[in-house]
Design a protein around this ligand. Structure first.
Ligand code: MD3
Ligand code: FE
Length: 203
């Protein structure tokens, strides 16, 4: 089942369920090499979401700002390579969403525990806004906020569940979005957390 959330934004409900076991072992391998950590915002706040990355570059935040870096600042080593199954999942979903030829070079992995949130923001640290972002939701369900190009645009809410994949391209690529504080719960496979993967062409 596919649902158009906005022009260029397509929700593929349950799309990742076929790949569940492969995705979870790929995440375990990445996290073993590059553990989750709470980054600091440029303003000096500790993010409630824990993050890591795989791929050629990874998204980082610290007192100097937001950027993509080829190395993990915690280890000084390159980020783990993007596992083949994750790349295939992202490319298959992108094609389904109308973006054939998507070649992501970054995958940001976000981990939410109950109470963690991501305030309304735009994703604008990437080099090429003509490429979509593909997101994969796993574990506990979350409420996603989806606005428009301007911060003052009206905001819709959507539930994102285990296995949901969304392709965000075209006009929606620069729309504001966020995640409301995660509610308490227990997921059969992931326990007391939600994990979100975002595949990007960052550099
Ligand atoms: C809409 N992550 O990492 S995924 C992020 O669930 C981020 O962890 C959220 O926002 C999460 O930047 C939301 C959904 C998402 C991702 C990227 C988008 C929606 C988007 C880019 C443009 C528009
Ligand atoms: Fe975002």
């Amino acid at each position: 089942p596919r649902k158009e959330l906005a022009e260029g934004a397509v929700l593929l409900r349950g799309f990742a369920l076929n790949y569940e076991a492969a995705i979870l072992s790929a995440i375990d391998a990445v996290v073993a090499a590059a553990p989750f950590r709470h980054m600091m915002t440029p303003g000096g706040y500790r993010m409630s979401v824990a993050m890591t990355n795989c791929g050629k570059v990874g998204w980082v935040s610290d007192g100097k700002g937001y950027r993509y870096s080829p190395t993990d600042p915690d280890s000084g080593k390159p980020w783990p390579a993007m596992p083949e199954t994750l790349l295939t999942l992202a490319q298959t979903a992108a094609s389904e969403g109308g973006f054939a030829g998507f070649v992501p070079d970054a995958c940001l992995i976000n981990r939410y525990e109950p109470g963690a949130k991501l305030s309304l923001h735009q994703d604008r640290d990437e080099c090429d806004f003509s490429a979509p972002i593909v997101s994969v939701s796993l574990g506990l369900s979350a409420t996603f906020q989806f606005g428009g190009k301007r911060r003052s645009d009206p905001i819709a809410k959507h539930a994102l569940h285990h296995g949901d994949v969304v392709v965000w391209g075209g006009p929606s690529r620069l729309f504001h979005h966020g995640i409301l504080p995660l509610k308490e719960g227990e997921h059969a496979r992931l326990g007391r957390c939600r994990i979100n993967l975002t595949f990007r062409k960052a550099s």
